[in-house]
Ligand binder design. Structure first.
Ligand SMILES: NC(=O)c1ccc[n+]([C@@H]2O[C@H](COP(=O)([O-])OP(=O)(O)OC[C@H]3O[C@@H](n4cnc5c(N)ncnc54)[C@H](OP(=O)(O)O)[C@@H]3O)[C@@H](O)[C@H]2O)c1
Length: 269
């Protein structure tokens, strides 16, 4: 059973949404924190609130992980401050929504840079250091979107499928090193994920980020390689894509996303 007390956890995308929930839950379990996102003011607010509620160290570091030099700058800052990261929570993520050809190419490309490239770079740099020390952990936040292709969220689901494949392979490579790697697959969660687009989530089908964060950390503590921290139906729905032909699954997913209006969704501004 993994113990969070006294470890230093770095949480990306900690300025709001699931990242803030991971940060609060880790602090509640006694972990010191490094909080990363682009919005320095929001990070400072989250850090202040956590310091008031818990006796843990909280260090906010503003960084654009999808931008050139974002990850390198973050690691240089950690080194400058002498911070050792025991647990990396690769949570920051973004995605375009709507028909691919009329969505913003920049939004699609930068989601690949954030969801894939930054996650891989941080896992490489900090993972090596963990293996050298003989202990540590990496939690990669993917999604239930990993289990099928998703029309109208085409590149987003593809980035998350990368995260699943990469995470499972790395978990196996690092087995026995003292460093554990886990993928977390939330379903629809009540965050600002669709902000900046015309898409919305139906509150009847979303989970609260606090519960998702707590269940993710419970699963990691128990040694899971994959965690399904949302409602039970989300996990059940991951089985159909494994049994049905891929073309059928993609057709059904397209139909579902059209019924949710995602074929009309677009970026706002
Ligand atoms: N919400 C859902 O339904 C859902 C379901 C399954 C999986 N997920 C996954 O859960 C994770 C968290 O998503 P969320 O729902 O909490 O989304 P969110 O509310 O939009 O939060 C995204 C976080 O990522 C940060 N971020 C975005 N671009 C960044 C960049 N270039 N560099 C550094 N930080 C950046 C944002 O902060 P700044 O804007 O300040 O940078 C924010 O803190 C993502 O990986 C997402 O794919 C979400």
């Amino acid at each position: 059973m993994y113990g969070y007390r006294g470890v230093t956890a770095l949480v990306t995308g900690a300025s709001r949404g699931l990242g803030t929930a991971y940060a609060r839950e880790l602090a509640r379990r006694g972990a010191n924190l490094v909080l990363v996102a682009r919005s320095g003011d929001a990070l400072d607010r989250v850090a202040g609130e956590i310091r008031q509620a818990h006796q843990v160290e909280v260090t906010p570091v503003a960084a654009d992980l999808a931008g050139p030099g974002g990850v390198t700058g973050l690691v240089e800052e950690l080194d400058r401050q002498g911070r050792t990261v025991d647990l990396l929570v690769n949570n920051a993520g973004a995605g375009a929504v709507g028909p691919f050809l009329t969505s913003s190419l920049q939004r699609n490309v930068s989601s690949v840079e954030l969801n894939v490239t930054a996650l891989m770079k941080l896992s490489h740099v900090l993972g090596r250091r963990m293996v050298d020390r003989g202990h540590g952990g990496i939690i990669n936040v993917a999604s239930t979107a990993v289990f099928q292709s998703m029309p109208y969220q085409a590149s987003y689901a593809a980035t998350k499928t990368f995260v699943l494949s990469f995470t499972e392979a790395l978990a196996e490579e690092l087995r026995g090193t003292g460093v554990r790697v886990m993928g977390a697959h939330p379903g629809a969660t009540d965050t600002s994920f669709f902000d900046g687009t015309s898409a919305t989530m139906n509150p009847a089908f979303t989970d609260a980020p606090e519960g998702v964060a707590a269940r993710t950390l419970d699963a990691f503590a128990k040694g899971a390689v994959n965690s399904y921290p949302g409602r039970t139906i989300n996990r059940a729905m991951t089985w159909a894509p494994r049994l049905l032909p891929r073309v059928t699954v993609t057709r059904l997913t397209g139909r579902l996303n059209r019924s949710l209006g995602l074929h009309r969704a677009q970026d706002l501004g």
